[in-house]
Design a binder for this molecule. Structure first.
Ligand code: PCA
Length: 328
């Protein structure tokens, strides 16, 4: 009898220990994080590091699985997937929400903020306005990182705005679509993973995007000119489902917030480094990197000014507040 109970006790203890060790090795919380962008994108590299930091800080208890290149959720659905709790966290292109409220699109307005210092000021002005808009949807913004200044990719040299007339143009949001229409080009929405295919099949023949996306898409396979117009620095944003956040224990919440703060800082630095590095890759692969003519810049800026007037109307009092803060 005594032998028997000792045996049971030993068995129970072993079960307890092995149970504990499985708990320690498997994450007790696991989140899914969709992003529209491929693995080699610096934004994706940054969120991979963010997830690693969270895992390390929680001793492996809190795991965030990155699903890149729209593999889990397509770009247009990511925000609503986080909102509906289908996933707990996600990354997307902030200005895609400008149909909900024009202030989400401030960073995609042509020639409003064209360098990192101004982009930072613009984010400081935009953040307090869009945060409550997201909170109304039970979303919590975690961090936001800009793409490098947007440049023009074409098959032929572009000297004036007129040279863009009739060109089939790849767009990534409504603002760029409007811009393309305003200069007489013909825009089509194409997600980043589909860029090479869209050029190869002739659906598009030109685009405005960063040196990063151009180099990662091997733009030299389908265009010859990169005109460095530095038109705007649009941002990605990472948002969390508020309910999912509230379910985390304090340690996990803190780990997430600290890693987010670090990711925002690291991401801005990565973005700055990308600009020169990726322009060099475009050159190495035989692309003509061109400084824009004054005539082209004048024409583009005039188009941008018209768009800003429309944006102000659409953004109303919030937009006014945002611009006032930005210009201070
Ligand atoms: N790359 C993304 C967004 C802006 C950028 O530089 C794209 O082309 O869709």
């Amino acid at each position: 009898m005594r032998k028997m109970s000792k045996l049971i006790a030993t068995f129970a203890a072993t079960a307890l220990i092995s149970g504990m060790s499985t708990m320690a090795s498997a994450a007790s919380v696991s989140w899914d994080m969709p992003t529209p962008y491929p693995d080699k994108t610096f934004h994706t590299q940054n969120i991979i590091e963010f997830a690693e930091e969270v895992k390390k800080a929680t001793g492996g208890k809190f795991e965030i699985k990155i699903h890149s290149a729209g593999s889990l959720i397509k770009h247009p659905e990511i925000k609503n997937a986080v909102r509906g709790g289908q996933v707990q966290i996600g990354e997307f292109f902030l200005s895609r929400l400008s149909n909900e409220n024009a202030t989400f699109g401030a960073d995609s307005q042509p020639f409003l903020a064209t360098n990192y210092a101004d982009a930072e000021k613009l984010w400081s002005a935009q953040q307090p306005i869009i945060t409550p808009l997201l909170e109304k949807q039970k979303l919590m913004p975690l961090f936001s990182v800009p793409w490098p200044p947007q440049g023009l990719y074409t098959k032929k040299q572009i000297n004036t705005v007129d040279d863009l007339k009739g060109i089939k143009f790849r767009a990534y949001n409504a603002t760029l679509e409007k811009f393309a229409n305003a200069v007489g080009a013909a825009p089509t929405q194409v997600e980043v993973p589909d860029i090479p295919q869209a050029f190869a099949t002739g659906r598009v023949e030109a685009m405005i995007t960063s040196p990063s996306t151009g180099a990662n898409s091997k733009a030299w396979d389908f265009v010859d000119y990169f005109t460095d117009i530095q038109a705007w620095l649009p941002k990605n944003i990472v948002v969390v489902n508020k309910k999912a956040f509230m379910k985390l224990d304090k340690e996990m919440q803190q780990a997430l917030l600290t890693a987010a703060e670090n990711a925002e800082k690291r991401g801005w630095e990565m973005s700055k480094k990308e600009t020169a590095a990726k322009i060099a890759i475009l050159k190495e692969n035989g692309m003509q990197v061109v400084k824009p003519s004054d005539a082209l810049m004048d024409g583009l800026k005039e188009t941008g000014a018209g768009m800003l007037t429309d944006w102000k109307k659409a953004a109303g009092a919030d937009g006014e507040k945002l611009l006032k803060m930005y210009k201070q």
